[in-house]
Design a protein. Structure first.
Length: 141
């Protein structure tokens, strides 16, 4: 028990932030309490290591030659989805569609509060999720 207790204390200091899913369709509040940086978000979305959104989506970035079509073209996505809906899709699209091929970038369990020692590190930090959401929110038609 002593070992388990110290393990969970260590993990608690390093846990994912808690958040609320409104009506199963949106996370209204920024994970970090403030909106992210859209320029940094575009960089993360186009980056091939962490975001890698271009593996599956097209983005309005003509300089990026390799764009995917597994998922919908994200040009104009902010005209279809609100900021809270965009945030939920980046955090965990499986809460919208359990069958989706899209990865959960900030994965959590049914309580929406999971320690990293149980699920592994999220693909994006809370700050990076907010940067990506801020970028997506600029994609209006
Ligand atoms: C492995 C493929 C894959 C990757 C990588 C991926 N997505 Fe997706 N995404 C999808 C698919 C497929 C859908 C269609 C909806 C579904 O499956 O439920 C989708 C849907 C979406 C939607 C909703 C679009 C709409 O019009 O309803 C958004 C927003 C989105 N993705 C953003 C992102 C962002 C941002 C990234 C990178 C951080 C990303 N996706 C990475 C496959 C992917």
């Amino acid at each position: 028990m002593g070992f388990l207790l110290s393990l969970s204390l260590a993990a608690a200091a390093d846990s994912l932030v808690a958040f609320r899913v409104e009506g199963g369709t949106a996370i209204a509040e920024p994970l970090t309490g403030k909106r992210g940086d859209p320029v940094e978000g575009a960089r993360i979305a186009a980056g091939r290591t962490q975001g890698n959104c271009l593996a599956c989506h097209a983005l309005p970035m003509p300089e990026e030659k390799l764009q995917g079509d597994v998922g919908p073209d994200l040009k104009g996505v902010a005209s279809r989805l609100g900021e809270g809906e965009l945030r939920l899709r980046v955090v965990n699209p499986k809460l919208v569609n359990p069958e989706t091929a899209m990865p959960a970038y900030y994965r959590v369990d049914g309580l929406y509060r999971v320690r990293k020692d149980l699920v592994g590190k999220p693909i994006l930090t809370a700050e990076q999720v907010e940067d990506v959401v801020a970028y997506l929110a600029t994609l209006k038609e």
